[in-house]
Design a protein around this ligand. Structure first.
Ligand code: PLP
Length: 361
């Protein structure tokens, strides 16, 4: 059986260093907001080429706090791609703001920059871009639109650790880059974890206050804050893994290159372009008989996944919030997309086997 993902196997190369750093952190007796979090924040800021990084509890919190930092008034409209993972949209709803869906480009699966301007109204204050599957959005065009209309940009970088567009990294284009270190992500912890990147000192300070009960000095609260702290043990693990992130990304790129080269053209493959350095958090193909293909692969001992089976505006939770915004392109993607095995533990032989079986479909 070729698994889609296996977190034990994925993390195996890091076990020895994790055990060492776990023991050391345990014995230090300092478990929340200490030197391990600070070190990881510094290292990740350097990696993303941003001035600041603030560790947080998870990716959803990073998105929620990014919007909260701007104190937008209730009912403010926030532009978001219609085919994103639900977390991006939840962060808007949790801030009492209105998500405005913009359809993706059918070839890149990312927000169609040409369709943003027509959705901007006098109530629009921000654009949340999502670098889906590990490919970045067209950030030069999007930052120009944001500048023209005086909008904030929040990048959902949960699938894009180390991805670049025109040589500049994800998390370094917008006002904020919101990261998740959920275990399956290219930079994954062994529990929930997240972070925010920014180049603005004041915004970094605001996020630090919001993550810790709205407090800068213990027991003095200056904002209605949250508890969204990254813990020392996960931060220590993340520092270990961050050193190998480029290696993880290039392994996934190598596997992606095999799929791109050898899968027969019946499958609609991800596009590549020299402006983009994709990290293939997910490698998806599209096929009109997606469900039959998924069953066929499973019968041949190959597990796959679907990102995502249901479009956000078709989710029960979004009744009354998104259901008056039709999104035919997103739905087309949700009905035809299939994610193939591309984990750090998969070998070239695994992928060649998947290709061999797929090409007989
Ligand atoms: C994983 C993910 C999130 C949420 O991250 P969590 O750490 O699970 O809260 C947000 N957006 C996207 C695009 C994701 O893939």
């Amino acid at each position: 059986m070729i698994e889609y993902e296996n977190l034990g196997k994925l993390n195996k190369p890091f076990f020895e260093e994790y055990e060492k750093t776990f023991k050391q952190t345990l014995e230090s007796g300092w478990y929340i907001l200490g030197s391990k979090v600070q070190s990881f924040e510094n290292e990740f800021a350097v990696y993303c080429n941003t001035r600041y990084c603030v560790g947080l509890a998870n990716g959803l919190d990073a998105l929620i706090l990014a919007l909260r930092a701007f104190n937008f008034e209730k009912g403010t409209e926030v532009i978001v791609p219609s085919n994103t993972y639900i977390a991006t949209i939840l962060s808007i709803v949790h801030n009492n703001l209105q998500p405005i869906l913009v359809e993706p480009d059918i070839t890149t699966y990312n927000i169609d920059a040409k369709k943003i301007e027509e959705k901007i109204t006098s109530k629009t204050r921000a654009i949340m871009v999502v670098h889906l599957y590990g490919k970045m959005c067209e950030m030069d065009i999007i930052t120009a639109i944001a500048k023209k209309y005086n909008l904030k940009i929040i990048e959902d970088c949960a699938q894009a650790h180390g991805a670049t567009y025109k040589k500049k990294k994800a998390g370094n284009w917008g006002d904020f880059g919101a990261f998740s270190f959920y275990p399956t992500k290219n930079l994954g912890a062994v529990a929930d974890a997240g972070a925010m990147t920014t180049n603005d000192e004041q915004l970094a300070e605001t996020i630090k206050i919001l993550r810790n009960y709205g407090s800068k000095t213990k027991y003095y609260n200056e904002a209605v804050g949250f508890n969204s702290r990254l813990d020392e043990i996960q931060a220590a693990f993340l520092s270990v893994k961050l050193k190998q992130l480029d290696k993880i990304n290039s392994h996934k790129r190598k596997l992606a290159a095999l799929y791109l080269q050898y899968l027969k053209p019946d499958f609609i493959k991800p596009v590549i372009h020299s402006d983009y350095d994709d990290i293939y958090h997910i490698f998806n193909i599209r096929h009109p008989k997606r469900d039959a293909l998924k069953d066929y692969l499973l019968k041949n001992e190959i597990k796959t996944d679907i990102h995502y089976p249901v479009a956000p505006n078709k989710q029960k939770a979004m009744l009354g919030i998104l259901d008056n915004q039709p999104t035919p392109i997103a739905e087309e993607i949700h009905q035809t997309t299939l994610s193939l095995p591309i984990s750090y533990f998969h070998t070239e032989e695994d992928v060649l086997k998947v290709i061999e079986v797929m090409n007989k479909f």
